[in-house]
Each structure stands twice: as C-alpha cells, then as structure tokens.
Design a protein around this ligand. Structure first.
Ligand code: PRX
Length: 647
C-alpha cells in the first residue's frame, strides 16, 4: 500500500536518542518556552562569552528583526574543530571519497585543525579581514571544507558558488557580495569529466573590479593561465605561513556565510546566515534527525555549493564531532552502484540524498544496489523536493531492506536547517510526507487568499512559520527590504516559505511544491525569471516565458516559450543554440528541456503574461485552462496548443 504508515521498529527505538513520547515532551516544551528550550540547546556549543539573552525576534513586517544569543561570542571554526582535539584528535573528521573509486582520504580532527589553520593564514596573508567576503568556487575536495572553516576562523564571510554555475553567474555573485578574493581550483572532476574552474574564474573576473584576487588550489594539475598580478597558487602561499592561527572572537549574530539562491524575480538573493543560532540549529538537527551516535559514519551526498552541503556535510556534523563523508563524484560513475559501493566501503550508517538521485537509480534496477553490502545503514534521508511514494518505497525496501527509517526532511536555503521531518526512533513515517515539525518549529497552514491561519487539523493551503527558530536566515545581503518583502509581507506576521502544503488528520505535513515562480529541477532551485532573462539576452529572442512541467527523473523540467525577433525563423539549429546559450549563461542545471517557439504569448489586456495557462499547456492539461476570455488575444492559446507537439 502506497500510503501505509511505517512505525519505528523496536530495534531503532531502543537505540535512538528519543522515542515518540520524548519527542512530544520536548516539542511541547520548545513551543511553551522557547527561551528555556533554546537557552539550554545553545549550550551544546562552546562560547567564548556565554549569552545571557536567548531570543529576540520579530516577524512584524514594519520591523523584521531576528536575533538569537545576541550577546554571546564564539568562533564557529573552533566549535567544529578545536574543541574536539582533546577528545577525538585522531578520529576521522572527514572521509573524502574521490571521483576515482580507488582514491579516498581519511582526515583526522588533528589534520583538519592543521589544514584549516594554514588555510586561514593564507587568507590572512592575502589581506582578508574579519567581515570581508570570500567567494569559494570549488569542487567537492577537502580544500572546500578547509576554506569554509578557514573563513569562519578569521571571521570572513564565505559565499560559495556551486561549481556547476557559469562564469556569468559567478561574476554576478562576486559583484553582489563585494568579495575581493575568489578561491578556486584548476579544474573540477566529476564522472571522469573535467570542468575548467580557473578558466571560468578568469572570464568572471573580467566582469569584476580589478582588485579582486584569485587563489587557486590544485586538483587535476591541468594547464591553466595565471595572471601574476592577480592570481596566487595555494601550494606556494601555504609554504610561507605557519600552522598556528588563533580563532577570532565573533558575535553570535555576525554573518557566517552568504548563499545565493533563486527567487521569483530575476536576481538571485544573497541569503545571510549568522553564527551562534545557525550552528546550534545545524548541530542539533543533525544529531536528532539522523540519530547520529558516537562513532557513526554519516554521508550526505549533496554539494557544498548548496545549503545542504553547508549545514549537513560541514557545519552540523563537525560541530557534533562526527565523521562526515565528502563525495566528489556522481551516482552513476563508474556505474550506478557507486553510492552503494561507497556505503559498503566506508560502512556508512546514515545516508542522505535527493529524490532525483533515488528516482534515477530506481530506474536502473535493483541489481546495482544488491551488489553491495549495505548492512551498516541505519537511517536514510531525503531532501530537496517532494519524494513520490514509489521512490520512497523503493528507497525503503531495496536500499533500506525495510530496516532503516526514512527521514524526508523539508527545509530551504533560508531556513538554515531542517524544519519538518520524522525523527528515526520517534515518528511513524508515511511515504511522501515530511511528517512533523522539529523542536521549536511552528508550521502554520494559511488560506492563500485571506491569509488566515487554518485552525482545523486536516487542511490545504500555503506553508508558513509562526515564529522564529535559531537557524533562520537574518536578511538578504545588502537588501533587508527585499528580505521583508519576500518572506514577511504577503502574509503578515509569518515567515512565508513559498511552498504549498496539506496537513492530514494526524497533523502530518505534505509539501506540495512551490506556489511562486520558482521551480525545482533535480532538487535544485531555479527561478523561471532567471532563465527568461538569459533567453531574452540572446539576439534572436524578443520575449520568453518559462514554466516548470512534471519530469519523471528531475521532478520538474524547464519548458521555455520563446517569441523570436522579426526576421528570425524557428529552426532546429536555433533551438539547439538557445539551449546552449542558457547553459552557458547560467550553467548546466538551467539547461532547458523544451523550447517551444511561440508567435505570441498569452497576455492579459494590461500586458501580464498568464503563466497559469502556459503551465497547463506544458503539463498537457488543456481541459483545465480556465477562463481565457480575459486575454488580449485568445487565439494565441490555440496556436500554442497546436504547436505543442513540435518541440
Ligand atoms: O519547495 C521546497 C523544496 O525545496 C525548496 C528549497 O530549496 P533550496 O532552498 O534549494 O533548499 C533545498 C535543500 C534544503 C523548498 O521551498 N523542498 C526541500 N525539501 C523538501 C522540499 N519539498 C518537499 N519535500 C522536501 N523534503
């Protein structure tokens, strides 16, 4: 049965941190008295100056202001590295699994300390100071974690740009954050294929201020151009520095990182996370959601270019003194058994991945999974998009052999950590539901029209949060008004997630997907407006409208309706050129699945594109087009339907 309920097994309940009764008790306490609950939870970190204030937050749109532990001071890097040295210096902190299945590296906490301190000294030597931004454009190599922690150590703010983004996207983020240093590698290597990162940086820097420097680490040893005025080689710089670097005292509310993410307008937003609350929340969720126990090996397959990599490869696990796996490769290289081979090789206990990967592997059959010994697995996680029940059941039965609780974790770049999720020993799961809120999280379902909170348990609407939690983003870099406008204005007094959701009669949450113009492609968030502005930047295009449509593997695919300039004619060559163009402008994750040439787009008389209609056509659901009589030219729709097949 697809929607059967799966209670936690007696075995899991006996070892897990908490059971159902304890969850109920802790959850109730966290809501009844957040000050007391988080005041206690914050003690999991080492503070230089302990906080005396815990929560000071306002969702009032006139004055959105979010502060946690505001008078405390700490250093995030010291919490993730230094404080473990005495008790677990020789324990493995990071297991790095290379793209090449024959290469892995175990990095102890002692080694991590040494590497991070040196990296921090190199940053310092290049002039990076507390509060300054550093852009990291790196493959999934240990240096990515060193660079993040090194920034935290000296109080610099990192902004990671996913290495799959293009030079243009990188330039926008360097300029947006005002960074004066970009850290990169010669090349990235994934699935045996190299990506020229340094070359992309060169192209990006041609669009940035002349004083932006580049620090390059070696990954492949590939040939790269070096500009002696601007470029530095890490291997050379590190020779000049000591391995001692004292962590800088930071306020709990000092920014730790900026991470750009897509919204419903064209320009990506620099989501800002701060130090004390973020780390408390990342660490606590990591421990409870994955039921991380001493000695476990934990693996999150995400890339550090996304928030999942920040919170659940680096900060959460390392703050907990865990052993965290960092994987450079892809699920199907050298073949589709790779994930499972890595689980067997490193005896992984918790495995955390995205539904798109599960669906892809499911399609290739169970043999790849069965080729590996997966007996070490205890908890399986999912993140990034709704997981369809078929994929959930396959994950549960074929990968977990029915013995591993599945934690379907709902959260966002803006939330810093997991908000709605089962806990392994405590929550009966239902395939496709993210289930119940984490401690301190107060989900509410709002009527999308009135904005009123829906009181009855069973309901459907948009998902918002009624109060703050420590991991929440504090602002958008350089644009607090946009922060307020995006999350706190449409539904006053709440943090609006942008997602739709259903709550069932057991109070379980089922996320139904974005209700704004953000689409979710293979678990990656993409603003349709970003793809549109890339398309209209092409000389042949006069207008473009982009929508998501259901895609078996990716969750959603990218469907582009394109109107050409007068004199330009539709052709297969132009179609291919436009696909290539978008890939180049934004990066491979934005590659359009469908380009439909359209002589006109459906618009209201005031000129607004009716996306609802375009979505329905892309979904092949013409019966549900709704009222088209308000269109300036209703015949446009007939043409779009008639030509839908020619794509
Ligand atoms: O639509 C939701 C979806 O991913 C969006 C957030 O994307 P991003 O900021 O890139 O962060 C992804 C990783 C945390 C959400 O607004 N989403 C994320 N997790 C789930 C999900 N949708 C359904 N179920 C989930 N478990």
């Amino acid at each position: 049965m697809l929607d059967a309920t799966h209670p936690p097994s007696a075995e899991i309940t006996s070892i897990a941190h908490i059971d159902e009764a304890k969850y109920e008790e802790m959850y109730a306490a966290s809501i009844a008295d957040p000050e007391a609950f988080w005041g206690e939870a914050g003690k999991r970190l080492d503070w230089i100056k302990p906080y005396t204030k815990v929560k000071n937050t306002s969702f009032d749109h006139h004055n959105v202001d979010i502060k946690w532990f505001e008078d405390g001071t700490l250093n995030v890097c010291a919490n993730c590295v230094d404080r473990h040295l005495e008790t677990r210096g020789t324990q493995t902190a990071i297991i790095w699994e290379s793209d090449d299945p024959n290469i892995a590296q175990h990095i102890t906490y002692n080694e991590l300390h040494d590497q991070v301190s040196k990296f921090a000294n190199v940053l310092h030597a290049l002039g990076v100071k507390k509060g300054e931004r550093v852009v990291l454009y790196l493959p999934m190599i240990p240096a990515a974690a060193y660079a993040m922690l090194a920034c935290a150590r000296i109080g610099a703010i990192h902004s990671i740009v996913f290495a799959g983004f293009s030079a243009d996207a990188l330039a926008d983020r360097i300029n947006g954050s005002g960074a004066k240093l970009v850290v990169t590698a010669d090349e990235a290597i994934r699935g045996g294929r190299a990506t020229p990162l340094k070359k992309n940086v060169d192209e990006a820097l041609s669009k940035c201020d002349a004083d932006v420097k580049c620090l390059m680490v070696h990954r492949t040893g590939g040939d790269v151009a070096m500009n002696p005025e601007r470029d530095y080689i890490y291997a050379e710089e590190v020779e000049r520095v000591s391995s001692h670097c004292a962590p800088v005292e930071m306020n709990a509310e000092d920014p730790l990182f900026i991470l750009y993410t897509s919204g419903s307008t064209g320009k990506p937003k620099g989501v800002v996370h701060t130090s004390g609350g973020y780390l408390t929340y990342a660490a606590m969720t990591h421990q409870y959601v994955f039921d991380y126990q001493e000695g476990d090996v934990y693996w999150c397959t995400a890339d550090v270019g996304w928030v999942t990599g920040h919170s659940y490869i680096v900060y959460g696990p390392l703050a907990n003194g865990a052993t965290t796996v960092m994987f450079e490769g892809v699920p199907n290289y050298p073949d589709a058994s790779r994930f499972w081979q890595v689980c067997e090789k490193h005896k992984v206990n918790q495995f955390y991945t995205a539904p798109t990967a599960i669906r892809m592997l499911m399609g290739l059959g169970a043999d790849f999974v069965e080729s590996a010994d997966l007996s070490s697995l205890r908890v399986l996680g999912s993140v990034g998009e709704p997981i369809n029940p078929e994929a959930w059941n396959w994950y549960n039965e074929v990968v977990g052999k029915g013995n591993c609780p599945i934690v379907d974790t709902f959260w966002q770049t803006e939330t810093g950590g997991i908000l709605i999720t089962p806990l392994p020993g405590a929550t009966a799961t239902k395939p496709g539901s993210a289930t119940r809120p984490f401690f301190g999280v107060q989900p509410v379902v709002l009527d999308p029209h009135s904005g009123d909170e829906i009181a009855q348990t069973e309901c459907e609407g948009v998902l918002a949060m009624g109060d703050s939690w420590p991991g929440q983003s504090r602002t958008i870099w350089g644009d607090h008004a946009r922060f307020v406008d995006t999350y706190f204005t449409q539904y006053k007094g709440y943090f609006f997630t942008g997602d739709g959701c259903r709550r069932d009669s057991d109070g379980y949450y089922w996320i139904t997907g974005r209700v704004d113009d953000v689409i979710n492609v293979s678990g990656h968030r993409m603003g349709t407006a970003e793809v549109e502005s890339a398309l209209v930047a092409h000389k042949a295009v006069s207008e473009a409208a982009v929508v998501g449509f259901p895609h078996d593997l990716k969750g959603q695919g990218i469907w582009c309706y394109v109107t050409l300039m007068t004199g330009e004619a539709p052709s297969e060559e132009l179609r291919a050129a436009l696909v290539k163009w978008v890939r180049h402008e934004i990066g491979p994750i934005a590659k359009p699945d469908v380009i439909q040439f359209a002589p006109g787009l459906p618009k209201t008389r005031s000129g607004k594109i009716m996306r609802r209609i375009l979505r329905k056509i892309a979904e092949d659901d013409y019966g549900a087009l709704g009222d088209t009589s308000t269109l300036a030219d209703p015949s446009v729709v007939d043409d779009l339907i008639a030509n839908r097949g020619n794509t």
